[in-house]
Design a protein around this ligand. Sequence first.
Ligand SMILES: NC(=O)c1ccc[n+]([C@@H]2O[C@H](COP(=O)([O-])OP(=O)(O)OC[C@H]3O[C@@H](n4cnc5c(N)ncnc54)[C@H](OP(=O)(O)O)[C@@H]3O)[C@@H](O)[C@H]2O)c1
Length: 267
Amino acid sequence: MKQKGKSDVGVALITGASGGLGLEFAKLFAEAGYNLILAARSGDKLSQVCAELSARYGVEAASYAVDLSSPEALERFISDISDIRIDYLVNNAGFGDTGYFHKKPWKVQQEMINLNILALSRLTHHCVQGMVQRGFGRILNIASTAAFQPSPFFNVYAATKSYVLSFTEALQVELAGTGVTATVSCPGPTETGFHTRAGSYKSRIMSMGLMSGEVVARKAYKAMMKGKTLVLHGFSNALLAFSIRLTPRSIAPKAAHYFMKHNDDAQ
Ligand SMILES: NC(=O)c1ccc[n+]([C@@H]2O[C@H](COP(=O)([O-])OP(=O)(O)OC[C@H]3O[C@@H](n4cnc5c(N)ncnc54)[C@H](OP(=O)(O)O)[C@@H]3O)[C@@H](O)[C@H]2O)c1
């Protein structure tokens, strides 16, 4: 991909851009004239997104159909994009899976850890080196309000998002003075395909309502562009993140347990 678009403003790599928040991020970058590299498993959807955004905004957009939970496919993908200068990285692809850990198939937990932690870290490691050398870059990692406390029934997912939060906050401090910044977004329940795959539609927390993906993505995008460290979405999510700091460690998982339980108790 050449560095050419509406104006020579750089290239954004967005994972999980075939739908949900990732698609919203792709629209925001395209609207601002950035060229795009979009990755997800659904090649057909991605090609369509690329064609639509190129036609509408005059940007270059390349799609990569890749299962980022496969370490081998992840390395092939990195090799394929190694010649491209990436100025903006949005590590958005991720998924959750609700239910008792001991009843869940290991394969799904392994894929979640690989996608939510390994792929995010590996892509950051690949991109951040060039960014630091060039003295500019923006990284946005998508965590969750689940990152702030252990969450029974969302056990592995919440732990992966705690990793994303901790990793990004630490990275931001390391990067001080380099011209590169790392931002972590912690959305609460948001209206995307996430809850269908996670099986979380019946969780009590859903009664708090869902935010719009477009609104969440726009706020995270702005925070990344400004180089902020942490972005929370909406008053109740911000309150949750703050109040958990004052809550004894033994109480927090019990509160999360209540909210992650299904309404019909059928887990
Ligand atoms: N929605 C919420 O309530 C919520 C709340 C907090 C945090 N988040 C986080 O927000 C991020 C985006 O999720 P979303 O809400 O937009 O969910 P979504 O609508 O399910 O979108 C997930 C995206 O990730 C891609 N993806 C999933 N597995 C993949 C894999 N193995 N390899 C490559 N791409 C993969 C999906 O595309 P393919 O299926 O085509 O691969 C899709 O583009 C995730 O990190 C999620 O944990 C969501």
